[in-house]
Design a protein around this ligand. Structure first.
Ligand SMILES: Cc1cc2nc3c(=O)[nH]c(=O)nc-3n(C[C@H](O)[C@H](O)[C@H](O)COP(=O)(O)OP(=O)(O)OC[C@H]3O[C@@H](n4cnc5c(N)ncnc54)[C@H](O)[C@@H]3O)c2cc1C
Length: 453
């Protein structure tokens, strides 16, 4: 029996896809995601376990919603793609425990719709919500726009079901908030990008859905960021739910790309989007107004506008999530996802712009991000033939001048950041990571080549 026949005997022939059927599917954000030419879609952990046991030595690449941004789902001939799309059941929603047990293939937007009637939601929210899956979000420890309120994915994962390289199934799906019974193995798989185990179910902590939201777009000097944050925290406490920033060059490109006819604010040194939760929209708006007023009066903040309607709010977020409009004129855009201390954000962007003007004339430095988390998404945009290596050198070379900086804030490593990770990681940390990989996956069959290379 060849590989496809072996798989078909386990999952049924309709769930083994060769190159012709694969070609009909959207490859997602990773150009080489379909290179393997062979995809299997098991119904759950039992089938996945059986197929791994029946195909020892075959390299396996897990794929969720294919929205990952670091080439973590690239595949090659001879490898096998495992898709989680049939594991799309929401097994249970327990409002008493505020926990959901969901299949790894459930999309975030679908989970959100199912939670709405219960007045609950997942803490993490990201722009790819319509396509990304809970399994992929666990595997990348996704962050997004609400990290300052709810933490990254890790903070919400109470339990996991994981299938290991040898087919062993780890049932770690306890929905308990407290569970210190031995090593907390689930932590090993969160953020491991499918290199240590395959996530088949997720027990997720849920949070009350905000009944009211107020959203503001503001202008401020980038140097004011670190003074602004503690004052906003003090004024709004747990109501502060989002704090995003867009640097002016980026704002201009997005506004032009989206062909905006009306801009919420005139020109600013830094555009901020703030969101506050409250018991209803009016209360949230009043709390936001009260928090912003002293900051405007003492000049910490420049212009400000608070959304008066759902469509105003959507218009603000359209600009923040409009990064896809960058490069729509045929330019090449190389993207990065770095993090620094809050006080270092402005010096980093200033240094980057200065160095780009010298080393890469004509290349635009476009920056936006989750500023409260110290997380910048940097895009270098230039002519169609703009090579990546000098852009990498610029972004990471500038970052090297700052302590406590990270070359990957939330997107992970995949293939794209393997080389820079190898450069910046202390040897002892790298050796510990290799030991962990060897312990879970001694044959290097799970997403080989990703993260560690
Ligand atoms: C428009 C847009 C906005 C985004 N915004 C954010 C953001 O704000 N914050 C953020 O953190 N990310 C963001 N991302 C990146 C991306 O959406 C996240 O990384 C997401 O978590 C990936 O989920 P996915 O299901 O698409 O995974 P995929 O892209 O399919 O896979 C991602 C990685 O996880 C592995 N994997 C997938 N499923 C499993 C599984 N079940 N078990 C084990 N490994 C698995 C894959 O092998 C791969 O290494 C954004 C992406 C886009 C396109």
């Amino acid at each position: 029996m060849d590989l496809a026949e072996t798989l078909a005997a386990i999952v049924g022939p309709g769930h083994v896809l060769g190159p012709e059927r694969l070609a009909l599917r959207d490859p997602g954000w990773c150009r080489g995601s379909q290179g393997a030419g062979l995809l299997v879609r098991p119904a759950g952990a039992a089938e996945l376990s059986a197929l791994l046991r029946a195909t020892p030595g075959v390299a396996v690449v897990p794929q969720g919603g294919l929205t990952g941004l670091v080439e973590g789902t690239e595949t090659h001939p001879g490898q096998l793609i495992v898709s989680f799309e049939r594991m799309n059941r929401i097994h249970a929603i327990d409002p008493a425990q505020a926990v959901a047990l969901v299949g790894a293939g459930v999309r975030l937007a679908d989970l959100d719709a199912a939670l709405e009637p219960f007045g609950l939601m997942a803490g993490v929210d990201i722009g790819a919500r319509d396509s990304c899956t809970l399994g992929g979000m666990v595997a990348t420890n996704a962050g997004g726009i609400r990290v300052l309120r709810y933490g990254m994915m890790r903070a919400g994962v109470l339990g996991l079901e994981v299938v290991l390289a040898d087919g062993a199934v780890l049932d770690l799906t306890t929905p308990l908030l407290k569970n210190n019974a031995g090593y907390d193995l689930k932590q090993d798989f969160i953020g491991s990008e499918g290199t240590l185990g395959l996530v088949t179910k997720v027990a997720l902590r849920l949070f009350p859905r905000p009944r009211g939201i107020a959203t503001a777009m503001l202008g401020c000097a980038p140097s004011a960021l670190s003074a602004l944050m503690p004052r906003l925290r003090a004024a709004l406490g747990e109501q502060l739910a989002a704090f995003e920033g867009i640097w002016p060059a980026c704002f201009e490109h997005v506004a032009r790309g989206l062909a905006l006819t009306r801009r919420p604010l005139g020109p600013q040194d830094l555009y901020l989007i703030l969101e506050a939760f409250g018991p209803d929209d009016t209360a949230a708006r009043l709390a936001l107004e009260a928090a912003l007023e002293p900051l405007i009066l003492d000049g910490t903040l420049g212009d400000a506008v608070i959304a008066q309607s759902a469509s105003d709010r959507a218009a603000f977020w359209k600009i923040r999530e409009g990064g896809g409009a960058i490069g729509s004129g045929g330019e090449t855009v190389h993207s990065y996802d770095v993090s620094l201390r809050l006080a270092d954000l402005d010096p980093y962007v200033t240094a980057l712009e200065a160095r780009a003007a010298g080393a890469l004339p004509g290349v635009a430095v476009l920056v936006l991000g989750h500023v409260a988390d110290g997380n910048l998404h940097v895009m270098l945009m230039g002519p169609p033939d703009l090579p990546r290596p000098p852009c990498d050198a610029l972004v990471y070379g500038t970052l090297a001048g700052f302590s406590d900086a990270s070359v990957s804030a939330e997107h992970g490593i995949g293939l794209e950041k393997r080389a820079i990770l190898a450069q910046v990681q202390p040897p002892a940390v790298r050796a510990a990571m290799r030991a962990l990989k060897a312990a879970y996956d001694p044959g290097n069959r799970l997403n080989p080549g990703k993260v560690l290379g």
